[in-house]
Design a protein around this ligand. Structure first.
Ligand SMILES: *[C@@H]1O[C@H](CO)[C@@H](O)[C@H](O)[C@H]1NC(C)=O
Ligand SMILES: *[C@@H]1O[C@H](CO)[C@@H](O)[C@H](O)[C@H]1NC(C)=O
Ligand SMILES: *[C@@H]1O[C@H](CO)[C@@H](O)[C@H](O)[C@H]1NC(C)=O
Ligand SMILES: *[C@@H]1O[C@H](CO)[C@@H](O)[C@H](O)[C@H]1NC(C)=O
Ligand SMILES: *[C@@H]1O[C@H](CO)[C@@H](O)[C@H](O)[C@H]1NC(C)=O
Ligand SMILES: *[C@@H]1O[C@H](CO)[C@@H](O)[C@H](O)[C@H]1NC(C)=O
Ligand SMILES: *[C@@H]1O[C@H](CO)[C@@H](O)[C@H](O)[C@H]1NC(C)=O
Length: 420
């Protein structure tokens, strides 16, 4: 493959949503978080959480209307944190059901077992029906968090100069501290998917005192080392010129940009449909064994929200280096920024939380088993739970978008939560 094609491939994965040529009449198709929440009979509060560097994050708090005001303050807060190119809606769209019902004590197994698969397959609604105070976060730059105290995301290139390091240093602690302040709780549960786990591993390495505030941390499809993140990403990341170019240029990756539209045309007209569908592979698996195929158009509108190009470059750098280090600005940039020529590495050995649960799968192309083994080895404290999903074809997005998500993932999540 020549480098142009490889670049295209990488970019087309960023916009795979746009490459799926199907529409849907389903009411969840292209629904916003607000609409999804209301469609299930829940209410919500929208909170604007300001980070220390001026970004404003749109965070949703699910309100179960059957819980009276006075009892609400007793519900344990849980944050749901989406991954790379994700949005909070990822936790709300897996299945059609999930309507609000009177919330029962979450340790009550028998009420749980009465729920059927459409009712309990959306993690956000499930937890709100089980007496948790559910907060749905949106990382800087996605459609709900394109906001800043002074910068304009449409005009100021400066807005898009952020990487995973900033999600770790600013977004994550801002969300945690804000919610603890609002609720008066001393700790909250954090359930992250993919990059949503990476930023918590990063925070707990950099600021171990947060282990007292995050109990438990449940990592779905954990990502920390990405060296073995196979398939398309790896080859694209290996082109030194590409990373350099993308780093120098910066900016936004989104569905509507010129580049992504060009790629969409390229992928869907120059290449055939099969190629288009193959782009879904790293996300949902070749055969989509575990997925309700009728809902793929709905999922695809949610994978591929916007982020900064630098965020993607950062992934590329870490795929190349096999480490999880801070953004590499080049020798001179690093000296200026970090006082050393190489970017500093996040040190898992600094983590002292004993409330970490990992749920991963052997067939996950993006959270590769070898990378997960290395992660487990390097976390030196004992894990609260080490769970490998017993389904060989389980893939990265099956943690969110599988018809069996309750059976294999959420039932374990609720069990873990009930012990905190
Ligand atoms: C829920 O169950 C726990 C353990 O059985 C009990 O301590 C607690 O009071 C119950 N909470 C409510 C709201 O019923
Ligand atoms: C609830 O379910 C979990 C997991 O299935 C089990 O370990 C636990 O014993 C159950 N508790 C009760 C009270 O049935
Ligand atoms: C809670 O209990 C009520 C009344 O028993 C029941 O209708 C409802 O489905 C239960 N909710 C959950 C989430 O189990
Ligand atoms: C799940 O329960 C809802 C309401 O209780 C019902 O309408 C629906 O048909 C059930 N679905 C299945 C698959 O049993
Ligand atoms: C930006 O944040 C402010 C609160 O600081 C809020 O009033 C406004 O609606 C937000 N704008 C967008 C586009 O999210
Ligand atoms: C983890 O380390 C931090 C910083 O050294 C410390 O404040 C905290 O008490 C430690 N927590 C535990 C559970 O050991
Ligand atoms: C599969 O998706 C379709 C379209 O949204 C929906 O009508 C159907 O109920 C879903 N099936 C299950 C088991 O969730």
């Amino acid at each position: 493959m020549d480098s142009f094609k490889i670049v295209s491939l990488l970019l087309s994965i960023f916009v795979l949503s746009a490459t799926v040529n199907c529409d849907s009449n389903d009411p969840d198709y292209e629904a916003t978080i607000d609409q999804l929440i209301e469609s299930r009979g829940f209410n919500y509060e929208k909170h604007y959480i300001e980070t220390k560097d001026g970004y404003i994050l749109g965070v949703y708090r699910l309100i179960n209307p059957f819980v009276d005001q006075s009892s609400r303050s007793k519900l344990k807060p849980i944050v749901l944190q989406h991954g790379f190119l994700g949005v909070g809606a990822d936790f709300l769209i897996n299945a059609p059901g999930g309507n609000a019902v009177p919330c029962n004590n979450s340790t009550d197994n028998s009420s749980l077992s009465k729920l059927n698969s459409t009712e309990n397959n959306n993690l956000g609604f499930l937890l709100a029906n089980l007496c948790y105070d559910v907060w749905i976060s949106n990382s800087r730059g996605n459609g709900y968090s394109r906001n800043h105290t002074t910068l304009n995301p449409d005009k100021d290139a400066e807005f898009w100069k952020y990487t995973i390091d900033d999600l770790i240093a600013y977004d994550t602690p801002a969300v945690i501290d804000y919610i603890l302040k609002q609720t008066g709780f001393s700790s909250l549960g954090w359930i992250g998917h993919s990059q949503g786990t990476m930023i918590m591993f990063g925070l707990l390495s950099e600021k171990p005192e947060y282990s007292a505030k995050v109990k438990p941390f449940i990592a779905l499809a954990p990502v920390f080392y990405v060296q073995h993140m196979k398939k398309a990403f790896k080859y694209a990341a290996k082109i030194p010129g590409l990373l350099f170019l993308a780093r120098t240029r910066g900016g936004e990756i989104s569905k509507s940009s010129l580049v992504t539209n060009t790629i969409k045309k390229l992928a869907c007209t120059t290449w055939n449909d099969e190629m288009c569908n193959a782009l879904l592979y790293p996300f949902l698996g070749y055969d989509m064994d575990n997925v309700n195929v009728t809902r793929v158009p709905i999922y695809s509108t949610k994978i591929g929200s916007s982020t900064s190009l630098w965020n993607a470059v950062h992934f590329g750098q870490n795929i190349n280096s096999g480490k999880f280090h801070k953004f590499d600005f080049g020798r001179f940039g690093n000296k200026r920024r970090y006082g050393q020529s190489k970017p500093p590495v996040y040190q898992l050995s600094k983590i002292n939380s004993t409330s970490i649960a990992l749920l991963y799968a052997k067939g996950d192309a993006l959270s590769d088993p070898e990378d997960v083994s290395q992660l487990i080895k390097d976390i030196q404290v004992p894990l609260a739970r080490d769970h490998c999903v017993p389904v060989p074809s389980w893939n990265h997005y099956d943690f969110l978008f599988s018809k069996d998500a309750y059976e294999y993932i959420y039932s374990i999540v609720t069990e873990i939560l009930s012990t905190y």
